[in-house]
Design a binder for this molecule. Sequence first.
Ligand code: HEM
Length: 406
Amino acid sequence: MAVMKPDLIPRETPHSHPGHILAASAHRDPYPYYASLVAGPALVFDAPRKLWIASSAASVKAVLANPACHVRPPAEPVPNALVGSAAGEVFGHLVRMNEGVRHDAPKLALRRFLAGVDLGRVQTRTEALAAMQAEKAGQGPLRGAALSRWAFEVPVMAVADMLGFAEDELPQVARWMADFVACLSPVSTPAQLAASAGAASALLARFAELVRDANANPGSALARLQHEAAQVGWHDANALLANAVGLLSQTYEATAGLIGNGIVALAMQPALLQAMGREPGQLLQMVNEVSRFDPSIHNTRRFVAEATQAAGVSLQAGDVALLVLAAAGRDPLCNARPDEFLLDRVDRDVPGFGHGAHQCPGQALACEIAAAAIRALLVSGRLQAVSSFSWHYRPSMNARIPVFVD
Ligand code: HEM
């Protein structure tokens, strides 16, 4: 998650627009501002921030589908602050951060691997882990800081469990991941960078052991991942380990945000809370709509590698585009009646999981985990007081993650 420097956070009043695009994801209600962007030109240049902003579904998708628009600046494939560290080693291999040969076959293997995950088992395990973590946090309604911590721990533990970590290792994996993702911010401190490198080393070493064990257990998830890798001709063992770490890091904040925004939906919509209380089996439907209506990843960036045209505008090498995925999901040309929360929406289009070559392969898994986690709290009565919860949003330039307050 890219964190905002405190002096960049504009003052917010309840009905104000965010001061600028990078303040929108952490704003109480950025959606009227997004609607005004969607109604404007396909691409607008934000001079102070030196960004082209795309917000309509068509312009966001046009940039994401343009092969001249890359996920990293060509001159800095790995952030300079990470080069030479274990965190940089992981970053440099991630399919999320590469194009071409370092992306295509590994992505195909990851996509096939994730498509083969037994979601029924993930649901059962997530509910059990969610209940266990909630119990550890005490009795009565789960709220405030304990709820926020729970929302971060459960998804990464669920994915680590799926990948073959033992149950008693899962809390440690969650701690490593908290340390690891801190390096992804442009304002990380030297101490955070050091902790992140330590976590990356520990995770790589543990995954190396798990992969060795998986060879003796052909039914395991990591054996299946290796099989998919071999099938597509992806033979780089270090890259495979790094991308296994990547599955945890891609899960971590985004899915915590999805769970948090799901709880916010229940807090803000009494009829929805009642409906989910009656039919918790519908929580997957609810989470699918949350991921469109109030997604956890609000924007992503592309770096123009060579002169090109996108959405009718000429872009030059070195230009940077900000694709406002959350605005695109509310574009009336993408989803009819976009500002209504509709459980049974037909043909829901969810740009919040990306589009084109880098589209998220974890969408179904993330939604299943978020629904199962929320279900565990709801059916145990621990969300009873949800209508009285308070929250603000983590300072972030791209993610929307509620911070529940006591
Ligand atoms: C609510 C949770 C999640 C959200 C909102 C989300 C969103 C996204 C988005 C927007 C992208 C594309 C970024 C871009 O093109 O710039 C992406 C990529 C990716 N996601 Fe997710 N994601 C979530 C959960 C997951 C999970 C659970 C996994 C796997 C365990 C996962 C694995 C990946 C991978 C591997 C990529 C890189 C794909 C590529 O570059 O080709 N994500 N995600």
